[in-house]
Design a protein around this ligand. Structure first.
Ligand code: BES
Ligand code: MN
Ligand code: ZN
Length: 488
């Protein structure tokens, strides 16, 4: 469950806090004025090296000091990491309330937001299926962990960035809940119910939920082909957020939400197949980013489309070699039923553009090859438009949800030409297979500026200090930042 940590800011003297624990960031070459921490540093017990951490006590207050490294190397990402390290130590010590003294290096508003993110993301737990009773978790720490975070900001004005960061971090943790839920709970209908809830709790949000009959009647042949094998009802989820003072082109967010990917008739091997409950991570990120954008009231227009289904083998399943017609009229040879993400995205992308999206971004756990190429450090970025791509790259750099752009090229486009139909979903040669997947998607956006983000390596087990194992909620903060910058 996403733990609820209350987040506040307090001006004035940082020493006058009611919190049980004060957190102090140490920068190399800058003397620390907070007495018990200064003593730790002078004694040589604690260095200001990035990620070092020490604990001191004085006058009934606990101090956690964390190294920030050299001032010139300080970034928002370092603040997130330092905050996560401090929060981890605080939980071990049984701390309930933290007062983080805003460091004097870096931009105050940015650092305050990053501290909030690092703390709330680190404190996330998913334990709703653990029936073990008692006060402690598996590590012997208090189950409830840290309950409040105060940014002691002195005279700096950081209230707005702090509040916005809290909204974003809570949205990331909600996306992580959706990801971590098993496929027998987080079904396409469950995700659709979440969309309805988002629309009911926020202003300027409308939604449409489409079922199997609608998807088939609409002649979304690519999406239908994936859903054919499962008894679980598929859903095409559409959320529109329209702000009365919106400026700029209408954005389109599209997220792959395969709630379980067995591979279909092209069945996956059983090792690690349980991880394929995470194959809805792109959709989860789009849903919760949309919710946060509405909560923040950002002045933009947004159309979010989440195609959701299971990918199962069965007597009704699509078979390798089957040919279908996509919503935009292109014919597709389905040569591998495990390349299902691009099929549901094909119809969702054309539909999103048809609904009026003028700048499109999609998030998808699309290819195993991207994990080999970029690990969990970078997502794969692909685009048909340099200007729109520059906006996406700026957003991902800001939030630390990094991406590396890979090329599109006619030679890759040639690889997905079909033998019997217009295109194939799985070329025989595995050359550049993350790129050929992107070339496939490109067929469904026309001339609309579009970015595809392949999050197969970053959606879970990222091993960042603030998002360890399990779901990472990757992309939620980036989408929110993209919308914020777009509306600014
Ligand atoms: N959901 C998978 C991609 C994936 C694999 C994500 C491992 C995370 C970890 C996707 O649907 C898939 O199966 N892709 C195939 C495509 C191939 C059959 C052309 C792949 O990458 O092997
Ligand atoms: Mn697959
Ligand atoms: Zn998949």
């Amino acid at each position: 469950m996403a733990s609820k940590i209350s987040v506040t800011t307090r001006s004035g003297d940082p020493a006058e806090t009611a919190a049980d624990t004060r957190v102090i960031g140490l920068a190399e070459g800058i003397d620390c004025a907070v007495e018990p921490v200064a003593k730790l540093v002078q004694s040589g017990e604690l260095k200001a090296t990035f990620k070092r951490v020490g604990v001191a006590h004085a006058h009934g207050v606990r101090y956690i000091a964390v190294g920030l490294g050299k001032p010139e190397d300080f970034t928002a990402e370092r603040a997130r990491v330092a905050a996560a390290i401090a929060c981890g130590r605080a939980s071990e010590l049984g701390a309930k309330s933290l007062s983080w003294q805003l460091p004097e290096i870096g931009d105050g508003a940015t650092t305050a937001g990053a501290i909030v993110e690092g703390t709330l993301l680190k404190a996330y737990k998913f334990d709703r299926f653990k029936s073990k009773s008692g006060e402690t978790d598996d590590e012997g720490d208090d189950k409830n962990g840290v309950e409040s975070l105060e940014i002691a900001c002195g005279e700096a004005d950081v209230a707005e960035s702090t509040a916005a960061a809290a909204i974003a971090a809570v949205a990331v943790n909600r996306a992580r809940d959706l990801q971590n839920l098993p496929s027998n709970v987080a079904t396409p209908s469950y995700l659709a119910d979440r969309a309805a809830e988002i629309a009911a709790t926020h202003e300027n949000v409308e939604f449409d939920i489409h079922d199997r009959a609608w998807i088939e009647n609409k002649k979304m042949g690519a999406f239908s082909a994936v859903a054919k094998g499962t008894a679980e009802e598929p859903r095409l989820i559409v959320i529109r957020y329209s702000h009365p003072d919106a400026t700029g082109p209408t954005l389109g967010f599209v997220g792959k939400a395969v709630t379980f990917d067995t591979g279909g008739i092209s069945l996956k091997p059983s090792a690690k197949m349980e991880e394929m409950k995470f194959d809805m991570s792109g959709g989860a990120a789009v849903l919760e980013a949309t919710a946060a954008i509405a909560e923040l009231g950002l002045p933009i227009n947004l159309i979010s489309v989440v195609p959701s289904t299971e990918n199962m083998p069965s007597g009704t399943a699509t078979k390798p070699g089957d040919i279908v017609t996509a919503y935009n009229g292109k014919t597709i040879e389905i040569d591998n039923t495990d390349a299902e993400g691009r099929l549901i995205l094909a119809d969702a992308l054309s539909y999103c553009v048809e609904l009026g999206a003028e700048r499109v971004i999609n998030l998808a756990t699309l290819t195993g090859a991207i994990v080999i190429a970029l690990g969990s450090t970078y997502a794969g970025h692909f685009s048909n438009d340099d200007d729109w791509y520059a906006q996406v790259l700026a957003a991902s750099d800001t939030t630390g949800e990094l991406g590396h752009r890979l090329p599109l090229h006619q030679e890759f486009a040639d690889l997905i030409k079909g033998k019997y139909a217009d295109i194939t979903n799985a070329p025989a040669a595995r050359k550049g297979s993350s790129i050929t997947a992107a070339e496939f998607l490109k067929h469904f956006v026309g001339d609309t500026p579009w970015v595809h983000v392949d999050i197969a390596g970053t959606a879970w087990d990222m091993n960042r200090p603030y998002v360890g194992n399990g779901a990472s909620g990757f992309g939620v903060r980036m989408l929110i930042e993209l919308a914020r910058a777009h509306g600014a």
